[in-house]
Write a protein that binds this ligand. Structure first.
Ligand code: FAD
Ligand code: NAD
Length: 441
């Protein structure tokens, strides 16, 4: 039996962050992965998606400048784009393994399950550790309507060999919205089925309404406040039937209704680890009901957004809590959230609805005439919540480069800066930063 100070189950952003931090603190660490080293994000999540988005961005720029100085029509060559994406993905495993080897972290391929409160079995190997961290992530949730088995999931979408002529997304959350936009720009006719009136229900409704209108304007057939009744094979196609009786034929149906925790193979009961539905119950130190076991990242049952920076932060926190000087409960920093649509929606700090309910002032800016946005015909909406002292407490942004702009607000909120203090910085001009500095013009 091999003995370690720390065992980490799952090599996604959360598990890797914990393993490297513990190793830096002088611990003997083992990490176990059953599928792809690096987990969801670099293999079948954020990173491949952002590569596909780079082609979308190219097309958007071209469309915005057509008749304004750019000639000709571009189009996405899907197989070529996928091949480019794959060159990135193929390099992930060797890079991760090289990093683990260089750090002296033991790594093992296989499915881990608990055989008692401190011992884990992986194939023929039995491993014991002072502490275990469960970082097993999530996988797509399956639907229960008849024909749900005919759908594909987000990972299969990111490996589609050809872009279907007609594609349907069920669910209008992060993935449905982002992939609908990519598919549209790749030339597909796109349907989205949304359960609620508001798409992206955790985001600022002013911005989600603007995005929904833009998606419809761009030709996406978005049906709201309805459910799928069934999907049936009809020749080479699928017939989608909604609960309101509406029907259409489509070439591919992608299920984007959320994700569930990867806990079914862990033998959690044997490990004395309590689950809540498919996620691992944790306290404010991310400790499970077994004091020797912690859970981080997507699989933890806590009310924080399930995103890469969160898992990374939690991984480093638990390693420092167990082996370093971090003694208090986890204290999350200001979190940015971004939906990579056309344009993006981003938010950080206090949500606009909460700010308004608490009597804070919400300022709204529409800035399409300033140079940064004008150059590619962007029509941004920027909403900022200020407290009675003018300190920025929250922001939401609707713009093509919202993922960069929101980072300025993260810093401002963390440093409790007023807008005028923020403006006092000198930022490169013209850039998103200089627009940020000039907000109150
Ligand atoms: C399509 C898509 C796009 C996304 N885009 C973004 C984005 O733009 N920005 C962002 O911040 N987040 C994004 N996310 C979310 C992000 O990918 C996750 O928040 C992040 O990967 C979670 O990290 P994790 O380490 O908790 O889990 P994961 O990355 O899921 O890693 C968990 C690992 O554990 C392994 N595992 C599971 N069970 C076992 C077992 N019993 N034994 C051994 N190994 C096991 C799994 O194989 C997996 O590799 C996206 C997700 C998807 C699906
Ligand atoms: N840009 C990013 O950071 C990014 C991108 C993609 C995914 N992610 C992460 O992955 C998670 C999963 O994304 P997701 O889009 O699958 O989930 P989600 O929770 O964001 O959205 C799922 C949507 O599907 C709806 N829904 C549920 N059941 C339905 C049904 N039967 N019919 C129709 N609609 C239904 C929900 O109401 C919800 O609006 C996100 O919550 C996020 O943590 C992040």
């Amino acid at each position: 039996m091999q003995k370690f100070n720390l065992g980490v189950i799952g090599s996604g952003p959360a598990g890797l962050a914990a393993a490297f931090e513990a190793q830096k603190l002088g611990q003997k660490v083992v990490i176990i992965e059953k599928y792809q080293w690096g987990g969801t994000c670099p293999n079948y999540g954020c990173d491949p998606k952002k590569i596909l988005l780079s082609a979308v961005e190219g097309l958007e720029r071209q469309k915005a400048l057509k008749g304004r100085g750019l000639e000709g029509d571009l189009k996405i060559n899907w197989p070529e784009l996928m091949a480019f994406k794959q060159t990135y993905v193929d390099a992930v495993k060797p890079r991760k393994i090289k990093g683990l080897d260089a750090a002296g972290i033991t790594h093992l391929a296989g499915t881990a399950h608990f055989i008692d409160g401190q011992t884990v079995q992986v194939g023929d190997e039995t491993l014991t550790a002072d502490y275990w961290i469960i970082a097993t992530g999530q996988r797509p949730k399956m639907a229960t309507f008849p024909g749900a088995e005919l759908t594909i999931d987000s990972e299969a979408f990111l490996n589609l060999k050809t872009m279907p002529q007609d594609i349907t997304f069920i669910g209008a959350g992060y993935i449905g919205v982002e992939f609908a936009n990519i598919s549209r720009m790749a030339g597909s006719h796109v349907h989205v089925v949304a359960r609620h009136k508001q798409i992206l229900k955790d985001f600022d409704p002013v911005l989600t309404t603007a995005l929904k209108e833009q998606m419809v304007h761009d030709g996406i057939e978005l049906t709201s406040e309805v459910e799928v009744a069934s999907i049936q094979n009809v020749g080479q196609q699928y017939q989608v039937t909604l609960t309101n009786g509406q029907q259409w034929l489509t070439d591919q149906v992608v299920l984007t209704i959320g994700r569930q925790g990867n806990t079914d193979q862990l033998d959690a009961v044997t490990g004395q680890i309590e689950l809540h539905q498919s996620h691992v119950v944790v306290n404010q130190y991310l400790q499970t009901t077994n004091p020797h076991v912690y859970a981080i990242g997507d699989v933890a049952d806590n009310a924080v957004p399930k995103l890469v920076p969160v898992g990374n932060f939690e991984g480093r926190y638990v390693a420092r809590h167990l082996f370093g000087t971090e003694s208090g409960p986890i204290n999350y920093q200001t979190l940015p959230e971004v939906v990579f649509g056309s344009p993006r929606i981003a938010q950080t700090g206090m949500k606009m609805a909460d700010a308004q309910a608490k009597g804070l002032t919400v300022h709204e800016f529409k800035w399409d005439k300033v140079i940064t946005f004008y150059r590619y015909q962007d029509h941004p909406i920027i909403r900022v919540a200020l407290d009675q002292n003018g300190v920025i407490r929250g922001a939401s942004v609707y713009a093509k480069e919202a993922e960069e702009l929101i980072n300025y607000f993260v810093t401002a909120i963390n440093e409790e800066r007023t807008l005028s203090e923020t403006q006092a910085n000198l930022y490169a001009y013209p850039s998103l930063g200089s627009e940020f500095a000039g907000f109150y013009e």
